[in-house]
Design a protein around this ligand. Structure first.
Ligand code: BV8
Length: 233
């Protein structure tokens, strides 16, 4: 199917469902991450301000998941990395995921609009740093005097997602928009399909449970590790 778009601009939006087959928990499934924690407590600036240790623990647990040798990129990540090679410069992956599985599969053009769990951010300079150790009160920035405690480089609710200018430009210029493994609950990501469609893109949803319908020209129901490689090969 994607062969028909060999000279097209393609935007892929990925969510937690893409990493689920790799063993990374999603957010809104029965035993998902948000079932175990109140969003307000662990994914808002207010929650971090009132209990940074709780938030550090939440993100350190998720970092530990990523360091598990059993967690590796799956066939869907690999298919997207292959597609990027075939579409040099005209494929743009926007991920809501904060893991590094796209990069470990070989993708280069990836924008983490909700941040990256392997990085910490200085709350004063806003610079982000790859962190070898877990988040804690000892992890300080190297850009300020006095040094500041590094917060997770994560976009919390109420914070502006990363790269919105670049994202909006890509959406208005794309010919094909594919959403993979996202529930379409969180904005502004959930609205990307409508913007792409308004500018003439064909829109496809790949999900085990098709959701946020209405704006997609086609929906491929099934696990991304099966559906996406078929769509791409
Ligand atoms: C913003 C942190 C404005 C990272 C996340 C009141 C105040 C402020 C804002 C708001 C408000 N009310 C509403 C808003 C907007 C808010 C929002 O949308 N809230 C929702 C809940 C209504 N959005 C924001 O706050 C955003 N910022 O609006 O800023 C602004 C403007 C100017 C200046 C300043 C600010 C920020 C949103 C980012 C929040 N951070 N997480 C982390 O901890 O990981 S969001 C969180 O949800 C994750 O990042 C996650 O990626 C994201 C979306 O979830 P999904 O990826 O879709 O995961 P989910 O579990 O939901 O679904 C998985 C799907 O996969 C399912 O559909 C399932 O069927 C499918 N699936 C499962 N397995 C598979 C599969 N599919 C295929 N194959 C499989 N194998």
């Amino acid at each position: 199917m994607i062969q028909d778009y060999s000279n097209a601009n393609i935007v892929i939006l990925t969510g937690a469902g893409l990493s689920a087959p790799s063993g990374i928990e999603t957010f809104r499934s029965q035993d998902g991450l948000w079932e175990q924690h109140l969003i307000e407590d662990v994914a808002t600036p207010e929650g971090y301000a009132s209990n940074p240790e709780l938030v550090d623990t939440f993100y350190n647990q998720r970092r530990a998941q990523l360091n598990d040798p059993l967690v590796s990129p799956n066939a869907a990540h690999v298919a997207l990395a292959k597609l990027e090679l075939a579409h040099q410069g005209r494929l743009f992956v926007i991920t809501q995921n904060v893991d590094d599985l796209h990069e470990r599969a070989g993708s280069k053009q990836v924008l983490h609009m909700h941040g990256e769990i392997r990085k910490g951010r200085c709350p004063r300079s806003n610079l982000s740093f790859l962190m070898k150790k877990d988040f804690s009160s000892e992890q300080l920035c190297s850009c300020c005097q006095p040094a500041q405690r590094l917060r997770p480089h994560i976009v919390w609710f109420g914070e502006m997602p990363i790269g919105m200018g670049m994202i909006e430009r890509a959406l208005t210029e794309c010919d094909l928009f594919i959403s993979v493994g996202t529930s379409g609950v969180v904005y502004p990501a959930a609205g990307f399909v409508r913007l792409a469609k308004a500018f003439g893109a064909k829109t496809i949803d790949v999900n085990t449970e098709p959701c946020y319908t209405g704006s997609f020209d086609a929906q491929y129901k099934g696990c991304a590790t099966e559906t996406l490689p078929k769509l791409i090969d």
